[in-house]
Structure formats: C-alpha cells, structure tokens
Design a protein. Structure first.
Length: 120
C-alpha cells in the first residue's frame, strides 16, 4: 500500500501536435499527476528530503514539457514518466493525465491518461 501525493491542473505550455497550426506557437497543457510514495519515514522525520517534494515535481514537469518537441501526447507522457521515475526515486507508481484544451474546437478539452509502475 502506498500513499498518494498529487498535483492538479498544473499548467504549462508546449509546442505539440501533428498539425501545422499546432507547431506554430506553444499551446496550454494541464497536468494532473498522482504519485504513489511511501510516506512513513517522512511522517516520522517531518523532513522534506524523506518524501517527494511536489513543488520540485511541478517545476520539473513545467520546465521539461516546455522544452519538449514531440507531436503526440502519447510520446510526451511516456517520456515524462521515464524522466520522473529517474529523477524522483521515491515514486513507486505514477498516474499522469494531460489535457489539451485547444486541440478540438468542439470539445472543452481532450487528452490522455497513463498509469505506470517504476521499472524493476
């Protein structure tokens, strides 16, 4: 059993998409991230170094996504999950949801959700 550290509606921008208009300027992306993390040690020590710092995760995701240059959300999230597991060793499982509100004019938003476990 793991506890969940979460981030909701983390906003950043990226150049992403398969259409020419999507490649011309950054468009907003919104991330919901759930990270299964054992918190027992942090709860006992009251030390941020014994857990996953959601502020650091948020900063990392915003910076990394803004610099990425892929066409598909599938590629973006697969690569992002790998980077998060590499950088934040306390994360055991991840659920990442990304919303791309400007992708389909008739929809409020579209997106993708992935669930991944730390590679063994």
């Amino acid at each position: 059993m793991h506890d969940i550290i979460y981030i909701e509606q983390l906003e950043t921008e990226a150049i992403i998409g398969i259409y020419d208009w999507e490649r011309e300027q950054p468009q907003p992306l919104y991330f919901d991230i759930e990270m299964a993390v054992p918190i027992f040690t942090a709860a006992q020590s009251d030390a941020i170094n014994d857990t996953v710092d959601y502020a650091q995760v948020s900063d990392f995701v915003c910076d990394w996504v803004a610099k990425s240059r892929v066409e598909l959300l599938e590629t973006l999230l697969e690569n992002l999950s790998h980077e998060l597991f590499t950088r934040f060793t306390g994360i055991q499982t991840l659920t990442i949801k990304v919303s791309k509100p400007k992708a389909v004019a008739q929809a409020k938003t579209v997106g993708l959700i992935i669930k991944r476990q730390r590679p063994r």
